[in-house]
Design a binder for this molecule. Structure first.
Ligand code: ADP
Ligand code: MG
Length: 946
């Protein structure tokens, strides 16, 4: 398409170029021919003056040669549009001279006069003149031709194009006829009733010059057709060539053939006609085809045109709709006449009806008074011829109904001859845009205020890390103070910024959001803990517009957090290491805290307890009351109180065992929710201990009573001893009286015997007391024997065999009565354990030869002791014998042994038997520190087991 469109243009350019070549060539031809002829005249070269040496042929006169040179020069200069004034004068002068010469010559012929112009040049050479006078004058037809050509060149580029075309055409015709005359030897044609006819080269130059003249202006007239690339040009060129070259050629051939009798005249004419017919038919057919294809092309082009016109109309309509849509309304204004034409849209903006007639005053009146001067100034600038005529303005319009609008106008003034002739433009209602702009501006201002006065360190930076906004706090915190940082680069402000911050900025710019906490030395040199965040900003989506840096000094907060953490850890430590169970419940009585003591007491790990209702740890029968109690307590507002009276509260272990507790409860209110914390203690042990203490106290009271009675008995016995001695002495003295009757002597002997019994009783009483209180050397085998003797009847009754292994003598310093009781207690228990008989093993031996301690082993083959009960048998009041037992035997035993620095150990297997091993240390003075032994043995005893 593009090449097809350019093709004609290219070939037309080629045609124009060849036309220009023609013009230059013809003018040069004229000049050279003129010069050649002059040379011929000067040097009498007749060939140059008249190249055809045939009859009736003529010279070219010197005047004609000169005229040709002048015409050639004029055409040469005028072949292009003349630039310089001097050249113009020169070319026109040449033409005018030729015109003058031609006209004068014509006048000479017309009036039969000789004004001598024919012999101005080359007068002396004109003596060669062989032709009929007048000497040196060129032919009349030549004069006419010169007049016409001179006129044509003078008038070239004048508006009368037709005329300047008519002259050369006429000359060309004359020259053509002349040349034909010469060619065919038809004298009539080149010497029309005259003696001095046109020379052959004169005719040639005329033909050349007139063609050159015709082609010199290819923009108009015949030349424009000839250079045209259209069908008219093509046809014209073809026909002209055919007519002007082929026809004369054929005619000449026909003439020659006839002259030289090659072909007879009839055949020659027939051939001529035939060839002419062929040529013209071919030409016609060709032309017709060309015209038809041209026609088709035109039809297609017309269709195309119609199509594009339709498209154009549609486009125009769409454009109109589009302008309507965006609210663009056109207007025109003639600044000269003041005529103003507004589209209805513009009128609507001014609040005018669509049919209103408007003028410039109405236009100005509608503009807001504040903007009027500005608009007028803009218009004036657009009308100034010095400018480019552009007009652009945004202003307010007060509509007739009082509503204010913002409009944007844009137009252009067209100038002609330095004067504004028309101003075209469009107006757009931009009220909405302005409102949005205003809104945006307000928002921006608000944002700016928000950032500036934000109570945080905030900075907004662009992609080059230049400040866009920053808060006052930022300036303070970074030590920038009052400096104006907007637009300045952050890195210029802080050249020593750590590399990792720069890296963070880079990542922020790449679209990442980063945050961290770190230590930072501020401008004041103090160590701070800061939290920072980097966010990308901007809405382009692909690349961020920059970053926002947020910095917060969290030094204080961190400190407070650390303190709180320490506080919490401390509290957690206290709670977990507390001896008492600590349980917290929320408002719904669900457990939230369950410490280690609680885990132990309730035998339930905290992981299982937390989240469960507190009820699970309270025996079912107390649950209702307990809940009521807690809710009542919640309503009192008292923070702490002891729950119930002591001894009335019970807990429930995970394994279902109930146990007495002592508890206090406290409450706090957090976020309008009440939290209760119960601190409780398992008092099972304490209760039992209290019970034991009571019984032990009773036992102690009893033993104290016994001891007191013992002391009393000893005192009495001692007191009785003195009078008893006196009575014994008195009775002895009475016995020595020989005068005593037999009867009296018998009574005296009886009194002495009874007195001896009393003395024995007091002595025994005193001895027993001493034995139970005073340490002495005690033979352990004898002591064991004594105890066995006491229980001998029970051995027999229950069928118990005895297995003894004791040395004869093994003493230890101790309180005999107490050790007897110890042995007696253990042996009694062994007998109780073998109701259906068995063997009682008794061993006595020394523990260690060095310290003189002695052990007594008492074993039985009885029922044995359950392992679970083994640690309880030494507890006071613990018995498995019900009413028959007191549970005090072993307890007293241990108490005694502890006092005597002895120990007792037990080994037992259920249903196999039990072995008690008693170890007695020698408490002779200087041997041992009994207190320390005491402690040692105490521990050994309690840890002993079977
Ligand atoms: P009591 O004899 O009055 O029951 P003790 O203090 O003497 O009180 O003994 C406590 C308990 O120790 C006994 O009830 C018994 O269950 C257990 N016990 C003591 N010695 C033996 C033993 N040799 N064999 C089996 N059980 C024994
Ligand atoms: Mg007992």
């Amino acid at each position: 398409m593009a090449s097809a469109a350019q093709q004609p243009e290219l070939s037309e350019r080629a045609h124009r170029y060849s036309a220009a070549v023609w013009v230059s060539a013809t003018s040069l031809f004229a000049i050279l021919m003129g010069l050649a002829v002059l040379v011929g005249w000067q040097f009498r070269i007749s060939f140059l003056k008249n190249p055809l040496p045939m009859a009736h042929s003529s010279f070219m006169t010197p005047n004609a040669a000169l005229c040709f040179i002048l015409l050639g020069l004029s055409l040469w200069v005028q072949r292009k549009r003349i630039r310089g004034r001097l050249l113009w004068w020169f070319s026109k002068g040449c033409a005018a001279f030729v015109l003058l010469f031609g006209t004068l010559t014509v006048l000479e012929y017309a009036f039969g006069i000789d004004i001598g112009i024919d012999r101005i040049f080359f007068r002396h050479r004109l003596s060669d003149w062989t032709l009929a006078p007048p000497v040196g004058r060129y032919a009349l037809i030549t004069a006419v031709a010169f007049t016409l050509l001179g006129m044509a060149l003078l008038l070239l580029d004048r508006p009368k194009q037709r005329l300047s075309e008519f002259f050369p055409l006429t000359v060309a015709f004359i020259a053509f006829v002349n040349i034909l005359g010469y060619l065919y030897g038809a004298r009539f044609l080149y010497a029309i009733g005259s003696t001095n006819n046109i020379a052959i080269h004169t005719a040639s130059v005329f033909l050349a010059l007139s063609i050159g003249l015709l082609l010199s202006r290819p923009d108009a007239g015949i030349a424009s057709i000839l250079v045209s690339d259209d069908v008219d040009g093509t046809l014209a060129r073809r026909f002209l060539a055919a007519i002007l070259i082929l026809l004369p050629g054929l005619g000449w051939l026909r003439l020659q053939s006839e002259r030289h009798s090659i072909i007879e005249p009839a055949l020659g004419t027939a051939l001529l006609v035939c060839i002419s017919v062929v040529i013209f038919v071919t030409l016609t057919a060709n032309s017709a085809r060309l015209l038809r294809s041209e026609n088709q092309r035109r039809q297609t082009a017309e269709q195309e045109l119609r199509k594009s016109e339709r498209q154009f109309r549609e486009l125009a309509e769409r454009l109109r709709q589009a302008t309507d849509l965006v609210g663009l309304s056109p207007y025109t204004w003639d600044p000269q006449s003041g005529a103003l034409q507004w589209d209805p849209g513009v009128k609507a903006m001014w609040g005018l009806p669509p049919d209103a007639v408007v003028n410039h005053e109405m236009f100005l009146a509608g503009i807001h008074p504040g903007d009027r001067a500005y608009v007028e100034e803009r218009i004036a600038r657009s009308l100034a011829p010095a400018g480019d005529g552009a007009y652009e303005a945004e202003y307010r319009v007060n509509r007739a109904d009082g509503v204010q609008h913002w409009v944007s106008a844009c137009g252009r003034t067209t100038f002609a001859d330095g004067k504004p002739v028309i101003h075209l433009g469009v107006v757009l209602d931009i009220t909405d845009r302005k409102r949005i702009e205003e809104e945006v501006r307000k928002n921006r201002d608000r944002l700016e205020m928000f950032i500036r006065y934000a109570p945080a360190s905030l900075a907004m930076l662009d992609r080059e890390m230049r400040y866009v906004r920053c808060s006052t706090r930022w300036l303070q915190d970074t030590g920038l103070g009052e400096r104006d940082v907007l637009g300045k680069c952050h890195y210029d402000m802080f050249p020593l910024l750590p590399a990792h911050w720069k890296e963070a900025h880079r990542r922020g710019l790449a679209g990442e959001t980063l945050r961290d906490e770190e230590e930072w030395v501020a401008a004041d040199g103090k160590q701070h803990m800061i939290r920072w965040e980097i966010h990308p900003w901007g809405d382009s989506g692909v690349e961020s517009g920059g970053i926002i840096i947020f910095m917060e000094d969290i030094t204080e907060r961190k400190r407070a957090e650390a303190k709180l953490k320490a506080e919490q850890d401390r509290l957690a430590g206290i709670i977990s290491s507390a001896m008492d169970a600590i349980i917290s419940v929320d408002e719904n009585q669900r457990i939230t805290v369950f410490n280690r003591a609680a885990e132990e007491i309730f035998r339930c790990p905290a992981s299982r307890a937390i989240g469960r209702p507190l009820d699970d740890f309270i025996p079912a029968r107390f649950r209702g009351a307990h809940r009521e109690h807690i809710s009542r307590f919640g309503n009192t507002g008292v923070t702490t109180r002891t729950m119930y009276r002591p001894g009335t509260l019970y807990g429930l272990r995970a394994d279902g065992e109930e146990f007495p507790i002592e508890a206090s409860i406290s409450q706090v209110e957090i976020d309008e929710k009440k939290l209760f914390t119960v601190i409780l203690r398992d008092i099972t042990e304490r209760k039992r201990a209290e019970e034991q203490r009571k019984q032990a106290e009773a036992a102690l009271v009893n033993s104290e009573k016994l001891a007191a009675m013992g002391r009393l008995a000893a005192t009495i016995a001692h007191e009785i001893n003195n009078p008893l001695e006196a009575v014994t002495n008195a009775l002895y003295l009475m016995g020595s009286d020989l005068a005593l009757s037999t009867h009296s002597r018998h009574h005296l002997t009886m009194a002495e015997r009874e007195l001896m019994r009393v003395a024995h009783l007091t002595k025994k009483t005193l001895g027993f007391y001493r034995e139970t209180t005073t340490p002495g050397k005690v033979s352990i085998p004898s002591l064991v024997e004594e105890v066995i003797e006491v229980y001998a009847p029970r051995f027999l009754r229950q069928g118990i065999k005895l297995n003894k292994c004791m040395p004869k003598q093994l003493s230890v310093t101790t309180v005999a009565g107490e050790i007897r009781q110890v042995i007696s207690n253990v042996v009694a228990n062994a007998i109780d354990a073998m109701p259906n008989g068995g063997t009682l093993h008794l061993r006595v031996g020394s523990c260690s030869a060095r310290d003189g301690s002695v052990h007594i082993v008492i074993g039985d083959t009885g029922v044995g002791i359950e392992p679970a009960l083994r640690h309880k048998i030494f507890d006071p009041l613990f018995t498995t014998k019900g009413k028959l037992g007191t549970g005090l035997g072993l307890w007293v035993t241990r108490e005694i042994l502890t006092r005597q620095a002895g120990t007792i150990r037990v080994r037992s297997r259920v249903k196999k038997g039990t072995v008690f091993t008693i170890c007695l240390s020698d408490s002779a003075p200087g041997k041992k520190d009994p207190a320390s032994l005491d402690r040692l043995h105490g521990i050994a005893t309690s840890s002993s087991g079977g």
